[in-house]
Ligand binder design. Sequence first.
Ligand code: NAD
Length: 480
Amino acid sequence: MTTQYLDTLDHFINGVWAQPTSSESQTVVNPATNKPIGRLGHASRADLDSALAAAQAGFNIWRRVSAFERGKILRKTADLMRQRVDRIATLLTLEQGKLLAEAKLEVLGSADVVDWFAEEGRRAYGRIIPARADGVRNMVIMEPIGPVAGFSPWNFPVLQAARKICGSLAAGCSIIIKCPEETPASPIEFVKCFQDAGVPAGVINLLYGVPKDISEYLVASPVIRKISFTGSVPVGKLLGSLAGLHMKRATMELGGHAPVLIFDDVDTDSVATLLAGMKYRNAGQVCVSPTRFFVQNKAYDKFVGKFIDLAKQIKVGDGMDPASKMGPLANPRRVNAMESIVLDAKEKGAKVQIGGNRIGNEGNFFEPTVLTDVPDNARILHEEPFGPIATMIRFNDADEMLTKANSLPFGLASYAFTHDAKTATKVSNTLDHGMVSINHFGIALPETPFGGIKDSGYGHEGGIEGLNAYLQTKFISHLA
Ligand code: NAD
């Protein structure tokens, strides 16, 4: 056991930290070594029933706490997170693999999410509609939707949980959140910040187990009024259909395959530097990571050459080692997926310019990889890689390239680099994605809407949209 890791990984139900009652459990491993660092028990049916009862009771209390008071508690939570950043980030790196510096940024960025919702909860405004008759007041009020079931993934264990918990709490909802089994300790320490800031028992319930068993049970429960899931498209479709079956509102943040368009008029060195940094952050396990690089003909050689130079310099190693510039992948599934995607591209004629291989026999390390000359039928151009692979595609004709950029079922993030205002306007109007960022990496802030279209899901987790996701509209017509 690693001494810095948590000795016990408790669940949090009705304000009490305790081991779940099921006899099932799983090992938690450090992705840098694949050695066990902890043991995580699974929630039983009885635990789920306790969490549902707690979430209902917690909702009855929390919805009556004023938005002003809720905001104070959330702000205190954010302060505690900033005080505890080193501890939470260390746990995050030990269980997820990312660089400690990235883990700290994740915790601090999540504290900003908490702060944003602390304020925004006070602005859940309704409206008055002019009445047709004297003495009638037509009012629209926004109410918390009810207890929420949240399912968050392992790539950003704190941030993804923060978006769901804070949207719920700011709106006056309670939540049962199933955080990722691979990375349980950082969400545990994160939830402790809410508890220590004064969130009443039952308002947040945190548990772990077999994802399918938990989601099927919670989504079907009449207690749960809203579902929020972040993860892969197939699981999103499954949960979306379950939510439909039980008439539950849902937010689905699913995968992406982000195109990035690099036009001839840009400074290729500075754009390559920015994009290489973005591409290999969190070892590419980011749903908005740039994955398909469409580079215009004249810029292509210089851009790709510089990008490869930068990727070569990335030192891959344990996230706890300050010399590392990219950590391991979060689990062996991702390494296998990278190997299979690269092999498929190679067999179909792609050139592996750098990387393409796992590193060593210990941990889930994979080389920063750049592919060129990738044929259209290669899997990498259709499946989300979710790892450290960049695919370079040369283009001449902008219209043809835009058609390709829009051709996949995904529609999450997209990027373009050009100083030509006409091109920028055309690109932002044409890209069929939920988010378009031009000339910088400008998405995923607490105050801006974050969400996809098409197979990438529906609903948003930031901005005023991220609060509305947990509110329902009530119309009241009152004749005095
Ligand atoms: P996966 O599809 O098995 O799981 C994805 C996530 O969904 C995990 O957190 C898992 O615990 C959860 N999950 C799985 N089945 C579930 C169910 N029936 N009910 C509730 N939750 C369930 O894949 P994986 O191997 O863990 O991750 C690989 C893929 O997931 C990637 O290719 C990527 O597309 C996607 N992913 C996306 C994000 C994101 O931020 N959108 C984050 C993590 C993973």
